[in-house]
Design a protein around this ligand. Structure first.
Ligand code: ADP
Length: 885
């Protein structure tokens, strides 16, 4: 770079459209327009010693308008007015002449003298037009004194604008500014060098080039707006130029730093995850070395092994393997990883082919087993043996599903488990009570959060074989609502045609249920949806008589209960008489569940007594202190250690015998009261409740078996209205209405009203109540009981306390048959009732009633309502008495 340049007074001018050449900058241009080609040719190409040309920026009119400075019109310059511009029709070095001529351009009044560093000439084909490529170096500023056109291009009279070196060095401000500039420039260079990993070369510039030129050189190398470049060009005063350059260099430096910060941040994030990856890899390697297998990958490998040994059918295996491949590509933190794992675990856990070995079915052994597990139930056991016999002859027979129906605690569940034991299969119980959602049977689709398989698949996973005996417990308690119909899903489960490909929504692949032996239980038959009932063979288990309960308790419940509590007959004895009392006074149920519970309570109480005794014995016996150095230390610390020393030659059995008490605890009435509380039921209840006129004893049927139902009627002053309470359904309300009508229609026949008073309801209301008021009741079988209560009320004669009744009544007084006779009679027997009035047409149902129950009851059959009344009152129907009077 030249230190100083001698400028001629006139220079050929090459216009730069919207561009600035600063001193110290090097630029490569291509000249194509006629004027610029001529200029290059005449001023540079043809000259031997390459001369200088002037570069003058021109601006489009539109550009000027947008920034809006004053524009001087016409050719010529005003040397005094530095900021003025010359407007002239001109040409551009880069544009076609025709276009340029029509345009108005504004010349800048200051330019830069430039020297050509390199020239090359070219001829365009096919037009033959000559073009030049020129490399120019900006040298120094000048100001235009006068601009004129000489031939094809402009020339200008100019004057140099560069200050002399001596002038500058004297100024202290200049020195300060140049130092500041240099400092900023050094900073920029070091940042750039660091970034581009270059060194040294740019720094040499700082030392060799004068600072005022350096300012231009630095600024020229930045990308700046045209306006900024112009203002730099206009900074003739070196101090102004330096401060402007410092500002620009600093700005550039800042922008580089910001950009660097951003990239660093991005890089930092990248490297964090890369670092994590690396660390994980290392951890894996370390664990492998240590033989630690609890790694994710090992988990997956274990899962895959488990899946391989699960014996899945080919299509299921393909599906599972696809899912596993997807899982392997996932990161453990990724959403869905866990649910996918759980799903595959389930697939691997399911018993696709695993069966429990079904041993050769021995019918006699099965029968013996059932006999040893259950007392009585002869018919039921016989039916089960038949079922097993068919299975033995034809193992894949698609027989009906057995459904045990009966009140709670009659042994439905335990019979089903006996079937499993007889078949040598595993047993699994699926509770369906309260299931209203189809998804409980079929599972939720995996798209739901917290989705899981249905109860059947869950049960199969639990039991881990595909041929268990599966008990569908309380199948009558399923209901349907908006969430679907579980019964229809169960239909598919129980249908041998469909259950080979049972589709659980969660599993999403078919599972073969055809090897499962299904057994169902229900309390009642009616609520079971008919299509489902159709698939099942209903086996009814009625409630037990007190005698049966006693036998069950003595033979089965007591030994089991004692065993469960770690006792035996040598510890606790519950005599038959006491068991009878428990049955009579503490339980009034069809089954034996509460009986078992009460016996368990007795056993618990006994266990406490023995446990306390045993403790007091063991603490006093065979104890002595032993001392070892270790113990001595501990004892020195104040810890009291005692050890039991067992004498040699005495085996443990003998020792435990030492703690036995001499005689067994025998349960007596006092203990019963102490443990079970005061008696809950007695035989006097009925007598007490029918002590007043207007009360009768009915027999009804509930989910808990037969029950005794009292009906209370009373009269009070009113307007002849009938009030009914006790959570009654429509049918039972209508029965009450019919009963009242029948009684009113026969008030004179029955001599219920005096001759002068021919309306029973005159001036009074009737209220009928069915205790217990909290239990909903419905059905027609209370008809006869209602009439009896009303007749008792109007005649003011008490109903016999030992008599209970059931039967529907027509408006004309005919007694119609009702259901559940067996359960009702058993209930009456439980309540200590001696006489039962039944509709005559229910006679055939008595064969089902155990004979010992029948023997203890007087069964009275009624055809008409009058027959019922005749039997219900002491000394016959009330009107007969009246007639006698
Ligand atoms: P359910 O399923 O009908 O409600 P469970 O099968 O649970 O009743 O029976 C309740 C308890 O009574 C069980 O311990 C069962 O062994 C016992 N049990 C019921 N009936 C008999 C019976 N006939 N012989 C022996 N134990 C019985």
């Amino acid at each position: 770079m030249t230190e100083s340049v001698e400028l001629p007074s006139r220079l050929a001018i090459l216009p730069f459209r919207n561009k600035v050449l600063l001193p110290g900058a090097i630029i490569r241009i291509r000249c194509t327009s006629t004027s610029s080609v001529k200029l290059v040719e005449q001023e540079l190409w043809q000259r031997e010693e390459k001369g200088l040309i002037g570069i003058l920026s021109v601006r489009d009119a539109a550009e000027v308008k947008s920034i809006g400075p004053t524009i001087s019109q016409g050719v010529g310059t005003d040397s005094q007015e530095q900021s003025s511009k010359i407007q002239i029709g001109s040409s551009d070095a880069h544009r076609s002449d025709a276009k340029n001529q029509s345009e108005v351009v504004h010349w800048h009044t200051r330019g830069v003298a430039a020297r050509a560093l390199h020239l090359s000439r070219g001829v365009e084909k096919p037009s033959g037009r000559v073009t030049y490529i020129v490399v120019l170096e900006g040298l120094c500023r000048f100001s235009v004194q006068e601009l004129s056109i000489r031939g094809p291009y402009h020339t200008a009279r100019i004057s140099s604008l560069e200050m002399t070196k001596a002038e500058m060095e004297l100024d202290p401000d200049f020195i300060a500014l140049s130092l500041q500039f240099k400092a900023t420039a050094v900073e920029l260079i070091s940042v750039l060098e660091q970034k581009q990993k270059t060194s040294g070369r740019t720094k040499i510039l700082l030392e060799t080039v004068p600072v005022h030129k350096l300012a231009d050189v630095f600024v020229a190398s930045f990308e700046m707006s045209f306006e900024e470049q112009l203002s730099m060009l206009d900074s003739v005063d070196i101090k102004v130029r330096l401060s402007k350059a410092t500002e620009l260099v600093d700005r550039h430096l800042q922008s580089i730093r910001v950009a660097e910060k951003i990239t660093q941040k991005v890089e930092g994030q990248l490297s964090k995850s890369q670092k994590e990856f690396l660390l994980r890899q290392q951890m894996r390697a370390i664990k492998e070395e240590l033989g630690d297998n609890d790694d994710d990958e090992d988990d997956l490998a274990a899962l895959e092994r488990k899946m391989q040994s699960a014996g899945m059918p080919q299509n299921i295996w393909n599906h599972a393997h696809r899912e596993l491949r997807r899982l392997k590509k996932m990161q453990p933190q990724q959403p869905g990883y866990n649910s996918s794992c759980v799903y595959l675990e389930l697939l691997a856990d399911l018993p696709w082919q695993k069966t429990s070995d079904e041993h050769e079915l021995d019918l006699r052994a099965a029968r013996e087993r059932m006999d040893s597990d259950h007392y009585g139930l002869v018919k039921v056991k016989q039916r089960i043996v038949e079922y097993l016999a068919v299975r033995k002859l034809k193992p894949d027979a698609r027989g009906p599903v057995l459904c045990f129906v009966g009140p709670p605690g009659v042994g439905k569940t335990s019979l089903a488990s006996s079937i499993a034991a007889a078949l040598g299969r595993k047993f699994v119980r699926i509770s369906l009570g309260g299931v209203k959602d189809e998804a409980d049977i079929r599972g939720h689709r995996r798209t739901y959060i917290g989705s899981m398989p249905g109860r059947l698949i869950e049960g199969l996973k639990r039991v881990a074989v595909c041929n268990p005996v599966m008990l569908l417990d309380e199948i009558d308690k399923t209901g349907s609502d908006v969430r679907g119909d579980p019964a229809s899903a169960l239909l598919e489960v129980l249908d041998p045609e469909q259950n080979q490909t049972f589709n659980d929504h969660y599993l999403n692949v078919p599972f073969d249920l055809s090897k499962v032996v299904f057994v169902a239980t229900a309390n009642r038959v009616q609520p079971i949806p008919p299509p489902l009932r159709d698939r099942m063979e209903v086996i009814e288990l009625p409630g037990y008589t007190p005698e049966e309960k006693l036998k069950i308790a003595m033979r089965h419940l007591i030994p089991r209960v004692l065993d469960q509590h770690g006792l035996n007959a040598k510890f606790l004895q519950i005599p038959e008489a006491m068991v009878k009392l428990v049955i009579q006074r503490y339980t009034r149920e069809a089954g034996v569940r509460n009986l078992e519970r009460n016996l368990a309570a007795l056993a618990r109480a006994a266990a406490v007594i023995f446990a306390e005794q045993e403790q007091s014995v063991s603490l006093n016996k065979g104890m002595q202190r032993i001392a070892t150095p270790l113990l001595e230390n501990r004892l020195a610390d104040g810890v009291d250690v005692e050890m039991e020393v067992i004498p040699m030659g005495v085996n443990t059995h003998d020792i435990s015998n030492e703690f036995r008490i001499a005689s067994a605890l025998v349960v007596d009435e006092a203990m019963l009261e102490k443990v079970l509380g005061p008696p809950r039921f007695d035989d006097k209840e009925t007598a007490e409740r029918v002590a007043n006129a207007g009360v009768s004893v009915g027999l009804v049927w509930t989910a808990f078996g037969g029950e005794v139902q009292f009906v209370e009627a009373t009269a009070m002053a009113g307007k002849g209205e009938l009030h009914l309470t006790g959570q009654l359904g429509d049918v039972i309300k209508e029965s009450a209405q019919i009963a009242l009508t029948w009684v009113r229609a026969r008030e004179t026949d029955l001599k219920l009203a005096a001759a002068e008073q021919n309306n029973l309801l005159q001036g009074r209301d009737i209220h009928i109540h069915f205790p217990a008021g909290a239990v909903p009741k419905d059905g027609p079988s209370a008809g006869v009981t209602l009439v009896t209560a009303l007749v008792s009320l109007f005649s003011q004669k008490r109903v016999r306390a030992d008599t209970a009744m059931t039967g529907e009544m027509t408006l004309r007084g005919l007694v119609l048959p009702v259901g559940g006779i067996k359960d009702k009679i058993l209930a009456a027997h439980r309540y200590g009732i001696k006489r039962v009035i039944l509709p005559e047409r229910n006679l055939k149902d008595l064969v089902e009633v155990p004979s010992q129950v029948l023997a203890s009851l007087e069964i009275l059959l009624a055809k008409r309502m009058e027959d019922v009344l005749e039997q219900a009152f002491d000394g016959g129907c009330p009107w007969k008495q009246h007639s006698k009077l």
